[in-house]
Design a protein around this ligand. Structure first.
Ligand code: APR
Ligand code: PHB
Length: 390
């Protein structure tokens, strides 16, 4: 087989890039290790920046997002029993975010790809990347007991944090930066109305908690937990009790409990690989960088990488210029590092760290006070939360 661009991975990064390329008449094949159903059922975060919404619309798969997504003009930080609202719209000249689950966004992109007849290969085993340091890269994989090969002009690795793309780069060609946080988030989904119209991030002596949602009838809640804990050890009752303890009283009273239908623990990590280009191989999304979920930036960074990657590929094919591809790694990483910084600072502000003492807690308290008192401080928070310009 031959195509112009092989995209490794059918998560939001791969699907969004494939759709933009398809719309521009540039061929791609997506090669995905997991099954279609597995990809469609993964539960991830769900806060979209305006740039991500715009890319969804540009892809032609934004219709349901615009119909069903919830626009949020603010969120709250809760601390010591009180809440401070961050007025996103008021502090950023009218910008907002949209709550729309990544699971839904993936479904919309997948259905659009299928409707447009664009090719995806699911259940591809032993995916390998070859000769991307030459002008003739190719990708091989096994499926249904036989070997396959796709020749291409470029490979874009959109295969997440544990994929084959980054792992294929020689160690001496890549530099990585990492911070592992000593806790995880235990998250649940339940078909109960959310406790509040807006998200609430809570710093509590028992640990962080987050009230989020997927719709007016579906809530997503998280509590900080130990890395050695097991989701199975958390009954729904234990979860609801712990969540309510960590929230200001009026919010705790507004939590509607019910049976959960998803419960899992995710570790928190910051990670960046540099550069994001190796000859004819490019990394985009989680394959190049991971952020802790505290700022809701993971999906949005995947989208901004795709924006720059699509600019580079369309300039190459439609304008015969390599400028965009040459600039990709630097442009993408410049924005990535700012979101890495923001996600790290939100994580530091809101969690209990085992090594922290009274001093560190006082510093968190002072920062939260400063955010309440200072328009400058809350504007910094708001402009980062809605997303820095592309
Ligand atoms: N070969 C082919 N596909 C692979 C391989 C491989 N060796 N390894 C992983 N994959 C696939 C995964 O099965 C997954 O479907 O690559 C896809 C990567 O998707 P995501 O992990 O969703 O990553 P990305 O598209 O970059 O999305 C960005 O935003 O909210 C955050 O981390 C969250 O998924 C999210 C991300
Ligand atoms: C979510 O709804 O899953 C969510 C929202 C905000 C975050 C992280 C996760 O910061």
């Amino acid at each position: 087989m031959r195509t112009q661009v092989v995209i490794v991975g059918s998560g939001p990064a791969g699907l969004l890039l494939g759709q933009l390329l398809g719309n521009a008449g540039i061929q791609s094949i997506i090669v995905e290790r997991a099954s279609r159903d597995y990809v469609l059922n993964r539960v991830r975060a769900g806060v979209l920046e305006e740039g991500t919404m715009a890319l969804m619309r540009q892809s032609g798969a934004g219709g349901r997002m615009d119909a069903e997504g919830l626009l949020h003009n603010g969120f709250s930080l809760a601390f010591n029993g009180r809440s401070q609202r961050i007025d996103l719209a008021g502090l950023t000249g009218g910008k907002h975010v949209m709550v729309y689950g990544q699971t839904e966004l993936t479904k919309d992109l997948m259905e659009k790809r299928e409707a447009d007849g664009l090719q995806s290969i699911f259940n591809a085993e032993a995916v390998e990347l070859h000769d991307f340091d030459s002008d003739h890269p190719h990708v091989t994989y096994q499926k249904d007991g036989s070997g396959h090969r796709i020749d291409c002009d470029f490979i874009v690795g959109c295969d997440g944090g544990h994929g084959v793309s980054r792992a294929s780069v020689p160690e001496n060609a890549i530099t990585t930066y990492e911070r592992i946080y000593p806790f995880g988030w235990l998250g649940i989904l339940a078909d109960v109305p959310p406790a509040s119209d807006e998200l609430i991030y809570a710093n509590h002596t028992r640990g962080f908690a987050l009230c989020s949602m997927r719709s007016h009838t579906r809530s997503r809640y998280y509590v900080q937990c130990g890395l050695d804990e097991k989701a199975e050890a958390w009954t729904d009752d234990r979860f609801w009790d712990e969540l309510r303890r960590r929230l200001p009283q009026e919010v705790a009273d507004a939590v509607v409990t019910g049976p959960s239908f998803e419960k899992s623990i995710a570790p928190l990590r910051s990670f960046v690989a540099e550069p994001l280009r190796f000859g004819r191989l490019f990394l985009a999304g989680d394959s190049g960088h991971i952020v802790p979920p505290t700022g809701a930036k993971g999906l949005n960074l995947a989208a901004s990488d795709v924006h720059y990657m699509f600019a580079g590929l369309s300039e190459h094919y439609l304008e015969k210029s390599s400028a965009g591809l040459d600039a990709y790694s630097t442009r993408a990483l410049t924005r990535v590092w700012k979101a890495v910084r923001f996600s790290w600072s939100m994580t530091m502000l809101l969690h209990r760290f085992p090594e922290h003492g009274d001093f560190d807690r006082k510093i968190q308290e002072a920062e939260l006070d400063y955010l309440s008192d200072s328009v400058a401080a809350s504007t910094v928070m708001a402009e980062n939360y809605v997303g820095l310009p592309l």
